[in-house]
Design a protein around this ligand. Structure first.
Ligand SMILES: [Zn+2]
Length: 152
């Protein structure tokens, strides 16, 4: 499939330097909470809230335009499924899906991803800023989310 770029500028790094492909291939450390044949989900390293994670197709593509409709459907179905586990794991009151395409949309990593961002009533109306968690805290949060996902 042709690479369709959003806007004038691409955020695509040189092939082989994609951070998310690095996570898929275990060249980059990350807190993975879910993986199947075609998808991977892991905690955002600079989260807006406890449990903020990214759901990605394993196949590299810069924007959602590089995916076919069934792939897009599967990605969002999975994001929806994972959102339930995350909301439960961190006792959130709601969640956001954010899916940025192109530099103008503040897409930082040029590999399609859906942000799942849990939100709480307590944070309502507050400016969303990046939170700091220790690696121990992130490991613990990831393990709670995995437990929720494995619940029958
Ligand atoms: Zn990639």
């Amino acid at each position: 499939m042709n690479s369709v770029r959003v806007g004038r500028k691409s955020v695509t790094p040189a092939a082989g330097q994609c951070v998310f492909c690095g996570i898929v291939e275990r060249r980059q450390p990350s807190n993975i909470v879910y993986e199947d044949e075609n998808h991977i989900a892991f905690l955002d390293i600079a989260p807006f809230s406890e449990g903020h994670l990214l759901v990605c197709p394993k196949k590299h593509g810069e924007t959602i335009w590089e995916m076919d409709e069934s792939e897009i459907g599967e990605l969002f179905m999975l994001a929806s499924r994972i959102s339930r586990a995350v909301v439960s794991a961190v006792h959130a009151d709601g969640f956001r899906f954010v899916q940025n395409n192109g530099e103008a949309a503040n897409q930082v990593v040029a590999h399609v991803h859906v942000h799942v961002i849990p939100v709480k009533f307590a944070d309502r109306g507050r400016f969303m800023d990046r939170k700091k968690f220790t690696s121990e805290e992130l490991t613990e949060i990831a393990s709670r989310i995995k437990n929720e996902l494995n619940r029958p």
